[in-house]
Design a protein around this ligand. Sequence first.
Ligand SMILES: Cc1cc2nc3c(=O)[nH]c(=O)nc-3n(C[C@H](O)[C@H](O)[C@H](O)COP(=O)(O)O)c2cc1C
Length: 170
Amino acid sequence: MALPVEDSTFRNSMRLLASGVTIVATSFQGRRSGLTATAVCSLALSPARVLASINMQGHTYGLVSESRCMSVNLLAQDHQLLAERFAAKRAAEDEDRFVYGEWTTAMTGAPMLADALAALDCRVTEIIPLDTHAILIGVVEDISFGPHRPPLIHFEAGFTSVLARAETHS
Ligand SMILES: Cc1cc2nc3c(=O)[nH]c(=O)nc-3n(C[C@H](O)[C@H](O)[C@H](O)COP(=O)(O)O)c2cc1C
């Protein structure tokens, strides 16, 4: 069956969607895992809920589907290296990405990035599989705020910042 839109055309269009960058992290039976994710958004209020779309082939999905908890850590411009490390393919299954950054443990048990712009501690209430990815719905149980500074942005397959883009276009 012919697809209505080529995958490459779709990819090229989504590269133009500027996104805030997060690390979605979890912990299960003493094992921590997290990944860089932009497919995250605010879903609803009362109770506050977020949505994250996560690849089911990944290591983090395996753990979050067991732990049913996740933190959503909103990254600042100075977190670019952290974002790259949490996105890089792991050399080994037990490689510890958490040696980078300062991490604490949230009420749900999920790891929380101490200096994230904001870190949302969530209970995962629904997991909706769709082909390669699963949509995770998290009810937010706690939020902490780090120092306020410019966010990290992903745009046209690279990291940038709001400030840098404003300067380039002035
Ligand atoms: C800017 C950026 C955004 C990403 N967003 C997502 C995302 O929303 N969902 C996802 O499953 N993977 C996303 N990825 C890919 C994962 O970060 C990457 O595949 C990671 O190694 C997966 O780790 P895991 O095996 O622990 O799941 C993104 C990567 C980058 C660089």
